[in-house]
Write a protein that binds this ligand. Sequence first.
Ligand SMILES: Nc1nc2c(c(=O)[nH]1)N[C@H]1C(S)=C(S)[C@@H](COP(=O)(O)O)O[C@H]1N2
Ligand SMILES: [Mo]
Length: 507
Amino acid sequence: MAAGLAAAELVVGLVSGAPSPVVAVGSTVIDLVPTWLKDWAIETFGTANKVVLVSGVLVVLVLAAVAVGRVAQRGDRATATIVVMAVGASGAVAVLARPGARVADLAPTVTAVAVTIGSLWWLSTRTAGVTADAAEMVGHLDGDAGRQRSMGPDRRRVLLGLGGVTVGAAVTGGLGRWLQRRAEVGAERLAFVLPRVDDALPPLPASVDVALDGVTRFVTPNDRFFRIDTALTVPQVSRDDWRLRITGMVDHELELTLDDLLARPQVERYVTLSCVSNPVGGSLIGTARWQGVRLAELLREAGVAPGADQLVSRSVDGWTCGTPTAVVLDGRDALLAYGMNGEALPARHGYPVRLVVPGLFGYVSATKWVTELELTTWDAFDAYWVPRGWAKEGPVKTMSRIDLPRSASRHDAGVVDVGGVAWAVHRGISAVHLRVDDGPWNEAELADVPSADTWRLWRWRWDASPGEHVIEVRAVDGEGVVQPDEPRPVAPDGAQGHHRVRVTITA
Ligand SMILES: Nc1nc2c(c(=O)[nH]1)N[C@H]1C(S)=C(S)[C@@H](COP(=O)(O)O)O[C@H]1N2
Ligand SMILES: [Mo]
């Protein structure tokens, strides 16, 4: 089976766009598992959940391979072959179920099955000798010398066979992976020079940060930006192949290339992006300087028909997202972005182009690897997460987080620095309050922000007395609405509640 999978990797490397059956099965599992199980996986394994999933698929394959091997060892090669074909068939079904699948996509899976069966037959011819000799030995045990004579060469034959298959698989698989990496967009991305922005943003003042170690920085570096998506392998979309189609309820459909997009007026904006699955106190949130073009201008050019109240965006991997058209057109800086913190978008964050809409959770606004914008109605279409139990609309809730002191940490009595971040993206943050052990609320000192579309850092100096204490934070948004305390889970429309940390103060 290792030989089969390795051969599949080689074909994936040779035929651009053909999916590995392992990835296809994993992706199908992602789309099929119930929401509670997916939430559990994200909660338990965090962003490593994809590694866990692929490992799970491989474990199942290893168990199947062991079963097949045992059946073949008993001499029943026909049944063993049928089991391999059945496993392969489930891979094929998964491959064909991927959005936009073509028959040619079956090439890696078919290769995997053929090579697995070939290896099975070849190896079982070799083990057949050993089994026969072993049976003979049981029949007339003629001493150690005889045993060595009958075992020696056959055992060597089997081990050599297995070794040969293993080495062949390693070489083939390695070559396949190497070819796949060569096809990735990494190199072209590094060569992508972002066009100049006419009204470029001034450099951020130091006052957007608080000078406290352990508190998040205002700008999240690209390599530390959270990643959430349903894609098991990062889609590789070359800038030359990328197209954006604007379709549906528009006066005239548009199709743009990346050069068309880059020729339009450019803007850059600091925007905080957050995930609806972020629990109270969680870190599925980040802030970047996004560069791109205004989505509203593009939509106006296409001519949005009255009544088109939902903007559905699609990515190359078939993921869909529904955004209120009114929000995109209400004057905020909804962007088709290709730049992130002065670089081309990293592949994991949507290279070459993604959506960014300030004020909405990622699942209803931030389509990565975006290829189509369809103007439609809320009644006509439910995007990916909606049938899975998430709200159709997802405005970001007012939220605040204590980064410092860490939960369960110990500190000396006296002044203890408390610091963190608060956000109510697009409404802005007007105040942050802290209290200890349900005492009176205190005002935190707020850092500066470039606009209401980002999070806001804050700090508070706490005069701590010895003992166990609970520090609690709440934010007030730009409209004066206080962050509610009543706890609510992340589903269906984002967590609610105050973040608290428990600390020990020593005398
Ligand atoms: N193509 C695609 N885009 C997607 C998603 C996805 O699954 N597929 N997930 C969305 C969700 S739920 C979030 S929170 C943001 C996260 O963006 P990031 O990974 O760049 O931080 O991407 C959004 N865009
Ligand atoms: Mo998300």
